[in-house]
Design a protein around this ligand. Structure first.
Ligand SMILES: [Zn+2]
Length: 229
């Protein structure tokens, strides 16, 4: 189903999206992650081309705001929940023992790094542990409609296997994305990202990150590594 949807979106002109995933969360219809994963409501798989074309237009940052706003109205008007109702149980993972302590530690890490590197200007943000992230270490989600960052997810695998210093590094990496989102910059691994990453010192561990890549890591460290070279 996702493959077909991705294929249709590409035929209608979608660019710069690496993968497409669907969900049934009614509050956030469309998000685009920094590594180029487009997440949209499952109901759009049943939408006509007219609606999908509006999504493609909306995702093109080069189009004028007025055009994007019209496109937004168009795809928000499509009744996704009629085609893909939300599950009775929300699709969240079950909490596990020890989660609270981990989440507290991550939240205080975020707070400390915020004060240290961002003048305390970043907003508080929910942090979630993800057992589904296999190849990525962390991830920031941004709500496209508002540009507002919605959460940071940290891989459970990463937490279980790697030293805390590397987890902090991941949190800081996602915080650079948060800074991008909150200051109206595009959330990506481009030049601005690399400049800020150097400023907060994530480059210092680039080599260690490169070796981590063998076990799979966020594409971001590759971008950092390139900047190093
Ligand atoms: Zn990244």
């Amino acid at each position: 189903m996702n493959d077909l949807l991705a294929h249709r979106l590409r035929l209608l002109g979608l660019r710069n999206v690496v993968s497409v995933r669907t969900h049934t969360n009614r509050t956030v219809m469309i998000t685009l992650t920094a590594r180029g994963e487009l997440r949209l409501h499952q109901g759009y798989a049943s939408a006509p081309d007219r609606v999908l074309r509006a999504i493609v237009r909306f995702l093109n940052p080069r189009l004028p705001r007025s055009v994007r706003r019209l496109a937004e109205r168009e795809f928000l008007g499509f009744p996704v929940e009629l085609y893909a109702p939300a599950p009775a149980q929300p699709g969240r993972e079950r909490p596990r023992p020890g989660d609270l302590a981990l989440l507290q530690r991550l939240a205080s890490t975020h707070e400390r790094l915020n004060a240290e590197f961002f003048g305390g200007l970043l907003g508080e943000i929910p942090i979630r542990l993800s057992g589904r992230m296999r190849t990525r270490l962390g991830e920031l989600s941004v709500e496209l409609r508002t540009g507002r960052p919605t959460e940071i997810a940290i891989s459970r695998r990463h937490l279980a296997r790697h030293p805390w210093a590397e987890v902090e590094h991941t949190v800081l990496h996602e915080m650079v994305h948060q800074w991008q989102a909150e200051t109206g910059r595009p959330v990506d691994h481009g030049r601005e990202f690399r400049r800020k990453a150097r400023e907060v010192g994530i480059h210092a561990q680039a080599r260690r990150r490169v070796s981590l890549e063998k076990s799979g890591t966020c594409a971001a460290s590759r971008a950092g590594g390139t900047a190093e070279a």
